[in-house]
Design a protein around this ligand. Structure first.
Ligand SMILES: Nc1ncnc2c1ncn2[C@@H]1O[C@H](COP(=O)(O)OP(=O)(O)OP(=O)(O)O)[C@@H](O)[C@H]1O
Ligand SMILES: NC(=O)CC[C@H](N)C(=O)O
Length: 544
């Protein structure tokens, strides 16, 4: 993934664009280029982390013979097939072999918004159409907001970039947006922590024309079918449906002209990715990126054992089972403290925990090994029912909250942690063809109770079972553990244990279910707010 900057309506642009690119060189250390329109009013800049077509023909900005210019950050998957269609059915003549050139080709063939439905992957791009009669600039962001794209105005200019720091050489003067910080606007809407700097929203595109100024349009949204309609697919068909789509999402993301690695934790998501990559390489001879790699390299963060967060022993056993190598980063307190400032600078926002700092440091490992791309398990929890605190919503009104949760991927996790060390993170779980299928599944398949206990991400566990260890398959992130319930101070765990036995199954006990629902809510709130353990003597409360 690369860095892009763009500016519309500005004299003497070229130098400013280059300085903007210098500020985000970590996003693209392999080369850089700028383009300024003949009248000097519009400019594009790109710094490249070259992944597909490493030759100069893959350099950007991209131009075609028809006065269309673009800078593209990210990856368009399935591009070999799409390029063939553009060439054979539409006679489009490509100059190089990068996936990014496809954006210009598809725009010329289908226009906007027509091209968006053909784009699969994570991307942010700015495209300038100078054809007589259709002059405009468009700025586009992928469906889940995996790749960042921010913009502001400086005088009468619109300036855009992958990271806000690149806007400074283009004239932006940073100011805090205290309102956005206090009302969490930076997280839930298009605002950032900086005044007047906005993100282009996921699944949206911005259109800038002389006549109409700036217009925002949406081209995609998560779609949730009516789940009161009786499901006709069998469980096995649905498990198979998830498996096929996930395998395909991974397969498409193994295509690169550079080697690819995997971020591996002890959880089911990254373990499944590592397992599927290994399976495809061994049984179908799918290349892991370029020819160089014969087996996938995994990268793992090891936390101090006393922290209670360390899962590296599980990751080790997975790597052992798959016969793959594992590289480890030790994230002890000192390392986290050392990396805090750099991680915050790259993230350009605050975070609730130190995960982003650990992942910032983790990305130095693949860089040291000469890798440019890693696959990660991000995005699974939101789609497969991995957040136990949403239990009741899945069961009653399953998915109404989902679009909001998925508001903007870079705000929750970011690609910044990886890009800080020039690493592109690919997220197969955020393949829209997979998520559209998963959204169509009955909620009960995500949070099933086959043995009278809630099993988060049930259908995912079944779908990836052939690719993960039994340990990972059976491992649960349980909300209602004895420890968590006892920490409330006013709930008797024996009651919860009994309720777990009777709340599910063919003849569920409604009262037991309600007990679990209440207790689950208290545990979630208690953990999130750090609520002090209650003492029963404080009130007239008798044990629940
Ligand atoms: N300790 C770690 N070491 C290596 N990679 C990690 C680690 N923690 C998280 N990651 C990477 O970041 C992704 C998202 O992390 P998150 O904490 O959201 O985990 P998760 O949803 O529980 O996923 P998983 O099931 O893979 O642990 C993981 O899928 C993995 O690719
Ligand atoms: N790093 C990027 O954003 C990559 C752009 C393009 N996919 C390439 O391979 O060059």
């Amino acid at each position: 993934m690369c860095g892009i900057v763009a500016s519309c309506r500005c004299p003497s642009l070229s130098q400013h664009l280059q300085h903007g690119l210098d500020a985000i060189k970590h996003r693209g250390p392999d080369g850089s280029g700028t383009w300024v329109s003949q009248d000097g009013s519009i400019g594009l800049g790109h710094c490249r982390l070259s992944i597909n077509d490493l030759s100069p023909l893959g350099a950007q900005p991209i131009h075609n013979a028809d006065s269309i210019h673009a800078v593209v950050n990210g990856e368009i998957y399935d591009f070999d097939r799409l390029r063939d269609i553009c060439a054979s059915e539409h006679g489009y003549r490509f100059t190089g072999h990068s996936d990014s050139e496809l954006v210009v080709a598809l725009y010329q063939i289908h226009g906007a918004p027509g091209l968006f439905e053909h784009l699969r992957g994570e991307f942010a791009f700015v495209l300038v159409d100078q054809r007589p009669g259709s002059q405009r600039v468009i700025a586009v962001r992928d469906r889940f907001g995996i790749k960042p794209l921010v913009w502001t105005t400086v005088g009468d200019r619109v300036v855009l970039a992958a990271e806000a720091k690149a806007l400074k050489p283009l004239g932006w003067q940073p100011e805090w947006d205290v309102q956005s910080i206090t009302d969490s606007g930076w997280l839930v809407d298009e605002r950032t922590v900086f005044k007047n700097v906005q993100s282009v929203k996921p699944g949206h595109w911005m259109e800038i024309t002389d006549g109409r100024g700036i217009q925002m349009h949406q081209y995609w949204d998560a779609d949730f079918p009516d789940k009161t309609i009786v499901e006709t697919r069998t469980i096995e068909e649905m498990v198979q449906g998830v498996r096929e789509r996930l395998i395909n999402a991974v397969r498409l993301r193994m295509r690169a002209d550079v080697p690819i690695g995997v971020y591996l934790s002890g959880g089911i998501d990254s373990s499944a990715i590592a397992g599927i990559v290994t399976h495809l390489a061994r049984t179908e001879n799918v290349k892991i990126g370029s020819d160089k790699a014969t087996q996938v390299a995994c990268f793992s963060v090891q936390f101090p054992e006393a922290s209670g967060y360390d899962e590296s022993d599980i990751a080790d056993r997975t790597a052992n089972w798959l016969g793959i190598e594992i590289h480890r980063h030790n994230a002890d307190e000192q390392r986290l403290a050392d990396d805090f400032v750099d991680a915050a600078y790259h993230n350009e926002q605050h975070h609730m925990d130190l995960n982003s700092v650990a992942k910032f440091a983790l990305s130095s490992l693949p860089q040291q090994q000469g890798l440019k791309v890693v696959l990660t398990g991000e995005g699974s929890d939101e789609h497969f029912g991995g957040y136990a605190f949403l239990t009741h919503q899945y069961l009653y009104e399953p998915d109404l909250a989902m679009p909001n949760i998925l508001a903007d991927d870079t705000k929750l996790r970011g690609d910044r942690a990886e890009m800080s060390h020039s690493i592109e993170a690919r997220t197969p779980f955020l393949d829209h063809s997979l998520t559209e299928y998963v959204n169509s599944l009955p909620p009960s398949t995500k949070l099933s109770a086959p043995r009278r206990a809630i099993v988060e991400k049930w259908i995912l566990r079944e779908a990836v079972r052939p690719f993960v260890t039994d340990e990972v398959y059976r491992r649960r992130k349980r909300l209602l553990t004895r420890e968590a319930v006892e920490e409330l101070g006013f709930v008797d765990y024996a009651v919860v244990e009994a309720a777990l036995e009777s709340a599910f199954g063919e003849t569920p006990d409604q009262v037991a279910f309600r007990t679990l629902n209440y207790t689950g809510g208290w545990v979630a709130i208690g953990q999130r707010l750090g609520v002090k353990k209650a003492t029963v003597e404080e009130s007239n409360w008798s044990w629940v």
